[in-house]
Design a protein around this ligand. Structure first.
Ligand code: BDR
Ligand code: CA
Length: 311
Protein backbone atom coordinates (compact mmCIF):
# COMPACT_ATOMS: atom_id res chain seq x y z
CA UNK A 1 0.00 0.00 0.00
CA UNK A 2 1.20 3.50 -0.80
CA UNK A 3 2.54 5.56 2.07
CA UNK A 4 0.25 8.49 2.93
CA UNK A 5 1.99 11.83 3.03
CA UNK A 6 1.15 15.51 3.40
CA UNK A 7 3.62 17.91 1.79
CA UNK A 8 3.90 21.23 3.65
CA UNK A 9 5.69 23.63 1.37
CA UNK A 10 6.67 27.14 0.21
CA UNK A 11 7.50 26.67 -3.51
CA UNK A 12 10.34 27.50 -4.41
CA UNK A 13 12.05 25.70 -7.33
CA UNK A 14 13.42 22.90 -5.14
CA UNK A 15 10.02 22.48 -3.48
CA UNK A 16 8.57 22.17 -6.99
CA UNK A 17 10.94 19.33 -7.83
CA UNK A 18 10.05 17.63 -4.54
CA UNK A 19 6.33 17.85 -5.33
CA UNK A 20 6.88 16.48 -8.84
CA UNK A 21 8.97 13.60 -7.50
CA UNK A 22 6.25 12.71 -5.01
CA UNK A 23 3.46 12.92 -7.58
CA UNK A 24 5.46 10.68 -9.92
CA UNK A 25 5.95 7.96 -7.30
CA UNK A 26 3.33 5.27 -6.83
CA UNK A 27 4.78 4.35 -3.43
CA UNK A 28 3.44 7.68 -2.15
CA UNK A 29 -0.15 8.79 -1.74
CA UNK A 30 -0.19 12.59 -1.51
CA UNK A 31 -3.23 13.28 0.69
CA UNK A 32 -2.78 17.01 0.26
CA UNK A 33 -0.36 19.85 -0.15
CA UNK A 34 -0.37 22.56 2.51
CA UNK A 35 1.29 25.88 1.80
CA UNK A 36 3.09 28.27 4.09
CA UNK A 37 4.78 31.65 3.80
CA UNK A 38 8.52 31.28 3.33
CA UNK A 39 10.51 31.68 0.14
CA UNK A 40 7.83 34.14 -1.00
CA UNK A 41 4.56 35.30 0.62
CA UNK A 42 1.69 32.87 1.07
CA UNK A 43 -0.41 33.96 -1.91
CA UNK A 44 2.51 33.14 -4.20
CA UNK A 45 3.50 29.83 -2.55
CA UNK A 46 -0.14 28.77 -2.80
CA UNK A 47 -0.36 29.74 -6.46
CA UNK A 48 2.96 28.05 -7.16
CA UNK A 49 1.91 24.76 -5.54
CA UNK A 50 -1.13 24.67 -7.82
CA UNK A 51 0.97 25.55 -10.88
CA UNK A 52 3.26 22.61 -10.09
CA UNK A 53 0.30 20.22 -9.79
CA UNK A 54 -1.00 21.42 -13.15
CA UNK A 55 2.42 20.97 -14.77
CA UNK A 56 2.32 17.39 -13.46
CA UNK A 57 -1.19 17.08 -14.94
CA UNK A 58 -2.58 16.32 -11.49
CA UNK A 59 -5.23 19.03 -10.96
CA UNK A 60 -7.08 16.73 -8.56
CA UNK A 61 -4.44 17.08 -5.84
CA UNK A 62 -5.86 19.05 -2.93
CA UNK A 63 -3.98 22.23 -2.03
CA UNK A 64 -4.70 24.09 1.23
CA UNK A 65 -3.37 27.54 2.11
CA UNK A 66 -1.87 27.85 5.57
CA UNK A 67 -0.17 30.43 7.77
CA UNK A 68 0.85 33.70 6.16
CA UNK A 69 3.49 34.61 8.74
CA UNK A 70 5.69 33.02 11.41
CA UNK A 71 4.32 32.46 14.92
CA UNK A 72 5.85 35.57 16.46
CA UNK A 73 8.29 37.11 13.99
CA UNK A 74 8.07 39.20 10.90
CA UNK A 75 8.23 37.11 7.72
CA UNK A 76 11.64 36.88 6.04
CA UNK A 77 11.49 35.81 2.38
CA UNK A 78 14.12 34.72 -0.18
CA UNK A 79 13.30 36.34 -3.51
CA UNK A 80 17.05 36.84 -3.96
CA UNK A 81 17.31 33.06 -4.39
CA UNK A 82 14.01 32.07 -6.00
CA UNK A 83 13.09 35.22 -7.94
CA UNK A 84 10.13 37.52 -7.38
CA UNK A 85 7.55 34.83 -8.16
CA UNK A 86 9.27 32.12 -6.13
CA UNK A 87 9.28 29.97 -9.28
CA UNK A 88 11.30 32.08 -11.69
CA UNK A 89 12.78 30.17 -14.62
CA UNK A 90 9.60 29.03 -16.40
CA UNK A 91 6.63 30.76 -18.02
CA UNK A 92 4.13 31.04 -15.19
CA UNK A 93 0.36 31.01 -15.60
CA UNK A 94 -2.71 31.42 -13.43
CA UNK A 95 -3.71 27.92 -12.28
CA UNK A 96 -7.31 26.88 -12.81
CA UNK A 97 -7.49 23.96 -10.36
CA UNK A 98 -9.38 24.90 -7.21
CA UNK A 99 -7.82 25.93 -3.94
CA UNK A 100 -9.48 24.05 -1.08
CA UNK A 101 -11.53 26.23 1.23
CA UNK A 102 -10.25 24.71 4.50
CA UNK A 103 -7.21 26.22 6.20
CA UNK A 104 -4.09 24.05 6.00
CA UNK A 105 -3.91 23.76 9.79
CA UNK A 106 -7.49 22.44 9.96
CA UNK A 107 -6.73 19.99 7.16
CA UNK A 108 -3.66 18.72 9.04
CA UNK A 109 -5.63 18.27 12.27
CA UNK A 110 -8.65 16.65 10.64
CA UNK A 111 -6.56 14.30 8.51
CA UNK A 112 -4.42 13.11 11.38
CA UNK A 113 -7.54 12.53 13.51
CA UNK A 114 -9.36 10.71 10.70
CA UNK A 115 -6.61 8.42 9.39
CA UNK A 116 -5.42 5.45 11.46
CA UNK A 117 -2.70 6.38 13.97
CA UNK A 118 0.81 5.96 12.61
CA UNK A 119 -0.17 6.03 8.95
CA UNK A 120 0.38 9.66 7.88
CA UNK A 121 3.86 11.08 7.26
CA UNK A 122 4.41 14.84 7.25
CA UNK A 123 6.93 16.29 4.80
CA UNK A 124 7.69 19.91 5.72
CA UNK A 125 9.74 21.70 3.08
CA UNK A 126 9.48 25.24 4.43
CA UNK A 127 9.18 27.08 7.75
CA UNK A 128 7.38 24.93 10.32
CA UNK A 129 4.58 27.38 11.12
CA UNK A 130 1.66 25.21 9.95
CA UNK A 131 2.87 22.07 11.70
CA UNK A 132 3.62 23.89 14.98
CA UNK A 133 0.24 25.60 14.91
CA UNK A 134 -1.52 22.27 14.35
CA UNK A 135 0.44 20.60 17.19
CA UNK A 136 -0.30 23.47 19.56
CA UNK A 137 -3.98 23.60 18.75
CA UNK A 138 -4.48 19.82 18.75
CA UNK A 139 -1.79 18.11 20.86
CA UNK A 140 -3.63 14.78 20.43
CA UNK A 141 -2.48 14.56 16.81
CA UNK A 142 1.25 14.40 17.66
CA UNK A 143 1.09 10.74 18.67
CA UNK A 144 -0.81 9.92 15.50
CA UNK A 145 1.97 11.11 13.15
CA UNK A 146 3.87 8.22 11.55
CA UNK A 147 6.98 10.31 10.96
CA UNK A 148 8.02 13.85 10.13
CA UNK A 149 10.68 14.02 7.42
CA UNK A 150 11.70 17.64 7.02
CA UNK A 151 14.22 19.76 5.15
CA UNK A 152 15.87 22.16 7.54
CA UNK A 153 18.90 22.95 9.63
CA UNK A 154 22.57 22.12 9.33
CA UNK A 155 25.48 20.97 11.45
CA UNK A 156 28.74 20.82 9.51
CA UNK A 157 27.42 23.28 6.91
CA UNK A 158 26.24 25.62 9.69
CA UNK A 159 23.99 28.11 7.90
CA UNK A 160 22.89 29.53 4.56
CA UNK A 161 20.87 32.58 5.58
CA UNK A 162 22.99 33.63 8.55
CA UNK A 163 26.40 32.21 9.50
CA UNK A 164 24.55 29.96 11.97
CA UNK A 165 21.11 29.22 10.55
CA UNK A 166 19.43 27.49 7.65
CA UNK A 167 16.51 29.35 6.02
CA UNK A 168 13.52 27.14 6.97
CA UNK A 169 14.45 27.07 10.65
CA UNK A 170 15.58 30.70 10.72
CA UNK A 171 12.27 32.04 9.38
CA UNK A 172 10.26 30.54 12.23
CA UNK A 173 12.52 29.22 15.01
CA UNK A 174 9.70 29.21 17.57
CA UNK A 175 7.71 26.89 15.30
CA UNK A 176 10.76 24.67 14.78
CA UNK A 177 11.29 24.53 18.54
CA UNK A 178 7.72 23.27 19.03
CA UNK A 179 8.10 20.61 16.33
CA UNK A 180 11.52 19.39 17.51
CA UNK A 181 10.25 19.07 21.09
CA UNK A 182 6.92 17.50 20.17
CA UNK A 183 8.03 13.88 20.43
CA UNK A 184 6.90 12.67 17.00
CA UNK A 185 9.47 10.52 15.12
CA UNK A 186 11.61 13.02 13.26
CA UNK A 187 14.02 12.74 10.33
CA UNK A 188 15.98 15.89 9.51
CA UNK A 189 17.43 16.47 6.05
CA UNK A 190 19.89 19.34 6.65
CA UNK A 191 22.21 21.33 4.42
CA UNK A 192 24.87 18.70 5.21
CA UNK A 193 22.93 16.38 2.92
CA UNK A 194 21.50 18.80 0.40
CA UNK A 195 24.81 20.49 -0.35
CA UNK A 196 25.98 17.08 -1.57
CA UNK A 197 22.97 16.73 -3.88
CA UNK A 198 24.06 19.19 -6.53
CA UNK A 199 22.56 19.38 -10.00
CA UNK A 200 24.88 19.11 -12.97
CA UNK A 201 24.78 20.58 -16.46
CA UNK A 202 24.52 17.09 -17.96
CA UNK A 203 21.49 16.32 -15.76
CA UNK A 204 19.70 19.50 -16.79
CA UNK A 205 20.36 18.72 -20.47
CA UNK A 206 19.09 15.17 -19.92
CA UNK A 207 15.85 16.60 -18.55
CA UNK A 208 15.48 18.99 -21.44
CA UNK A 209 16.10 16.12 -23.87
CA UNK A 210 13.08 14.29 -22.42
CA UNK A 211 11.06 16.77 -24.44
CA UNK A 212 8.18 16.64 -21.95
CA UNK A 213 6.42 19.46 -20.15
CA UNK A 214 7.84 18.32 -16.82
CA UNK A 215 11.36 17.79 -18.18
CA UNK A 216 11.40 21.28 -19.67
CA UNK A 217 9.92 22.83 -16.53
CA UNK A 218 12.47 21.24 -14.18
CA UNK A 219 15.31 22.18 -16.53
CA UNK A 220 14.10 25.80 -16.62
CA UNK A 221 13.57 26.02 -12.88
CA UNK A 222 16.94 24.48 -12.14
CA UNK A 223 18.73 26.70 -14.63
CA UNK A 224 17.43 29.72 -12.76
CA UNK A 225 17.96 28.30 -9.27
CA UNK A 226 21.55 27.23 -9.98
CA UNK A 227 22.80 30.73 -10.60
CA UNK A 228 22.54 31.84 -7.00
CA UNK A 229 24.33 28.87 -5.42
CA UNK A 230 27.01 28.65 -8.09
CA UNK A 231 27.88 32.30 -7.54
CA UNK A 232 27.72 31.99 -3.75
CA UNK A 233 29.59 28.72 -3.24
CA UNK A 234 31.56 28.47 -6.47
CA UNK A 235 29.91 25.06 -6.92
CA UNK A 236 29.15 23.27 -10.17
CA UNK A 237 25.42 23.03 -9.54
CA UNK A 238 22.62 23.78 -7.12
CA UNK A 239 21.36 21.74 -4.17
CA UNK A 240 17.84 20.40 -4.75
CA UNK A 241 17.25 20.67 -1.00
CA UNK A 242 13.61 19.73 -0.69
CA UNK A 243 13.63 16.93 -3.25
CA UNK A 244 15.98 15.05 -0.90
CA UNK A 245 13.09 14.65 1.57
CA UNK A 246 11.06 12.72 -0.99
CA UNK A 247 14.22 10.88 -2.06
CA UNK A 248 14.59 9.70 1.52
CA UNK A 249 11.01 8.41 1.62
CA UNK A 250 11.57 6.46 -1.58
CA UNK A 251 15.06 5.13 -0.87
CA UNK A 252 16.23 5.65 2.71
CA UNK A 253 19.21 3.39 1.98
CA UNK A 254 20.73 6.22 -0.06
CA UNK A 255 21.16 8.26 3.15
CA UNK A 256 23.22 8.01 6.33
CA UNK A 257 22.78 9.82 9.63
CA UNK A 258 22.78 9.67 13.41
CA UNK A 259 20.01 9.47 15.96
CA UNK A 260 20.84 12.45 18.15
CA UNK A 261 19.45 15.37 20.12
CA UNK A 262 18.70 18.49 18.12
CA UNK A 263 17.68 21.69 19.89
CA UNK A 264 16.60 24.92 18.21
CA UNK A 265 18.23 28.20 19.23
CA UNK A 266 15.45 30.79 19.63
CA UNK A 267 17.25 33.43 21.69
CA UNK A 268 20.76 33.65 20.31
CA UNK A 269 22.36 37.03 19.83
CA UNK A 270 24.02 35.82 16.61
CA UNK A 271 22.70 32.28 16.28
CA UNK A 272 18.89 32.44 16.23
CA UNK A 273 17.50 29.58 14.15
CA UNK A 274 20.55 27.38 14.61
CA UNK A 275 19.93 23.64 14.86
CA UNK A 276 22.15 22.75 17.80
CA UNK A 277 22.82 19.17 16.75
CA UNK A 278 24.58 16.95 19.30
CA UNK A 279 26.39 15.06 16.52
CA UNK A 280 29.15 13.89 18.90
CA UNK A 281 26.67 13.05 21.65
CA UNK A 282 28.34 15.24 24.24
CA UNK A 283 25.29 16.69 26.02
CA UNK A 284 23.53 13.66 27.44
CA UNK A 285 20.28 15.08 26.09
CA UNK A 286 17.82 12.47 24.81
CA UNK A 287 17.92 11.89 21.04
CA UNK A 288 14.86 13.36 19.32
CA UNK A 289 15.81 13.15 15.64
CA UNK A 290 17.48 11.08 12.96
CA UNK A 291 19.81 13.79 11.66
CA UNK A 292 21.07 12.85 8.22
CA UNK A 293 24.55 13.69 6.98
CA UNK A 294 25.32 11.63 3.89
CA UNK A 295 23.66 10.92 0.56
CA UNK A 296 24.49 8.74 -2.44
CA UNK A 297 24.22 11.64 -4.87
CA UNK A 298 24.20 9.58 -8.06
CA UNK A 299 21.66 7.13 -6.66
CA UNK A 300 19.39 10.04 -5.75
CA UNK A 301 19.62 11.65 -9.20
CA UNK A 302 19.04 8.28 -10.86
CA UNK A 303 15.69 7.80 -9.16
CA UNK A 304 14.77 11.46 -9.60
CA UNK A 305 15.36 11.27 -13.34
CA UNK A 306 13.56 7.97 -13.71
CA UNK A 307 10.51 9.29 -11.82
CA UNK A 308 10.33 12.67 -13.57
CA UNK A 309 10.35 10.82 -16.90
CA UNK A 310 7.09 9.14 -15.86
CA UNK A 311 5.15 12.39 -15.68
C1 BDR B 1 15.46 25.71 2.11
O1 BDR B 1 15.13 27.09 2.01
C2 BDR B 1 14.38 27.33 0.86
O2 BDR B 1 14.88 28.45 0.20
C3 BDR B 1 14.44 26.08 0.02
O3 BDR B 1 13.20 25.88 -0.65
C4 BDR B 1 14.68 24.99 1.03
O4 BDR B 1 13.47 24.52 1.58
C5 BDR B 1 16.98 25.57 2.00
O5 BDR B 1 17.60 26.28 3.01
CA1 CA C 1 11.29 25.03 0.60
Amino acid sequence: MARKIIIDTDPGQDDAVAILLALASRELDVLGITTVAGNVPLDLTTRNARIVCEIADRPGVRVFAGCDRPLTRKLVTAEYVHGKSGLDGIALFEPTMPLQSAHAVDFLIETLRREAPGTVTLCPLGPLTNIATAFTRAPDIVDRVAEIVLMGGAYFEVGNVTPAAEFNIYVDPEAADIVFRAGAPLVVVPLDVTHKALTSRAWIEQLRAMGTRVGNAVAGLTDFFERFDMAKYGSQGAPLHDACVIGYLLKPELFTGRHINVTIETAGEFTTGMTVADWWRVTGREPNAMFLGGIDRDGFYAILTERLARL
